[in-house]
Ligand binder design. Sequence first.
Ligand SMILES: C[S@@+](CC[C@H](N)C(=O)[O-])C[C@H]1O[C@@H](n2cnc3c(N)ncnc32)[C@H](O)[C@@H]1O
Length: 391
Amino acid sequence: MIQVRVKPGVEERISGFFPWVYKPEIIGYSKPPQKGDLVVVRDFGGKFLGYGYINPSASISIRILSFDKEEPINQELIRKRLEQALEYRKRLKINSNAYRLVHSEGDLLPGLVVDIYGEYVVVEFTTYGMNRLRDWVIPALIDLLKPRGIYEKTDEYVASAEGFREKGGVIYGEVPEEVIIWEYDLEFIVNIPQGQKTGFFLDQRWARRLIRSFVRPGDECLDVFCHTGGFALSMKKAGAGRVIAIDISELALETAKKNAGLNQIEGIEWINANAFDLLRQFHKEGRKFDLVVIDPPSFAKNRASVPNALRGYKELLVRGLHLTKPGGYLAIYSCSFHITREHLLEVLASAGKDTRRQVRIVAESFQDLDHPWVLQMPNTLYLKGIYAEVL
Ligand SMILES: C[S@@+](CC[C@H](N)C(=O)[O-])C[C@H]1O[C@@H](n2cnc3c(N)ncnc32)[C@H](O)[C@@H]1O
């Protein structure tokens, strides 16, 4: 295996289990590596630090899969990691047949995402190195899960940035366009090929459950950025009266309506609109709700876009506060890696000041437990939710 030396000082971070080596931190190779080669990372003096795979041209050059000298990367290790991932999900007793089985670095399998939708599996490769290990990954998944089908949903942009061509589509068995999954007492249609992400926002399962705590019978609720209706339907299950749900995606709303039918739920008004425009209009009209949920897409794809993203959250929170009745509740989420909970709290405080609405924080939520995060990489806790009572 190719040996890689890193600059003095870098070993501090890696021996503390930080799983990445950046390109400028590498000082030499035992032989020039090819993209995706397996490597041994060593400190300046030659001491073992970890086993990983390399993409010499990428700024994150090495991703480490094992910090244990006795645990080199081979087919058995990949299978063991998948078994460990499955064991952990079984322990969680998730109230759904849809869950994230592999969450990349969070499961010591950097570059791999595996989502389960009942009898179907969706895989996503996000690095060249993990894509090169696909012939170890896919057979192990088939053997462990015995799925009816596997769909690959690797993002075209991510694949081309890493320098590989994604396969895409059904790669094993058969996968219908729509799969019905259940979460607590609700059923949802998931459109794997055309839906957003791998088809469903699995990471918000905890939040969709928690929101029910804030609904009183008959409450008027607003679900902004509703996608296929996760929050709107949960609020209805908790006894909400009239619910308005907004999304810009026609496909998401079509599916949301079907989901309402599937669960025999009536009384949700689905509106296809740009949320920013519609919230402005609702504010002008003086509309008020008992509970407002705002779950926007990621506004900050990189660090440079944080200031713009914060302006977006500020606008949503100002509108959201205006639209919340006194004594009502407002929940806001951010799924951006670069937006911290402190950012969200600061923006909420500033929106409260501008609108003269005092709030108190009653709860917080994060990505659900099947999305473990890496202690050494705090922004892998990417999904944050703040629940405020608006006085
Ligand atoms: C994070 S997802 C919401 C997930 C949803 N709450 C759930 O639990 O399934 C964000 C949603 O915002 C929608 N969206 C993006 N930009 C929008 C806009 N300007 N106005 C309205 N909806 C938008 C997307 O179509 C997507 O469905």
